[in-house]
Write a protein that binds this ligand. Sequence first.
Ligand code: CA2
Length: 145
Amino acid sequence: MKKILILNGPNLNRLGKREPHIYGSETLDDVKNSLELLANQIGCKIDFKQSNHEGDIVDSIHNAEDEEYDGLIINPGAFTHYSYAIRDAIASVSYPTVEVHISNVHARELFRHHSVVSPVTVGQIVGLGTKGYKLALLSLVKEDI
Ligand code: CA2
């Protein structure tokens, strides 16, 4: 059974509490629950985490290699736009990474248009709301989708 790690960066613990016009009304727990349902349906195991700290995220990416995860789904939050440490961590592991953004970053402020992590991911899903996490999970687990 495939094992997928899902990491969420800074401020995503505030999901559903503010700015619903940008990020929707689901909380991060709602997102976790619906991903667990999908994981059961498609027969994989997920671990879902959130951290506001860059180093914790880097450590989780490294540890996932030792713990033999088959893939990573990451929404790095604002770290997307400037964290070379997270980019280098993704580049340092052998499993595939899919980058997810809930909002359409390209329709927002200029600083959100650029991702420093995208070049080291297999792909990026942007602007489809929390559904993006489900699509990322399907793409990593169901290779023939
Ligand atoms: O659209 C996304 O998923 C983002 O990664 C979310 C980040 C933002 O910095 C990126 O540019 C795009 C921010 C997450 C903060 O989430 C909040 C949720 C509710 C209220 C306030 C912030």
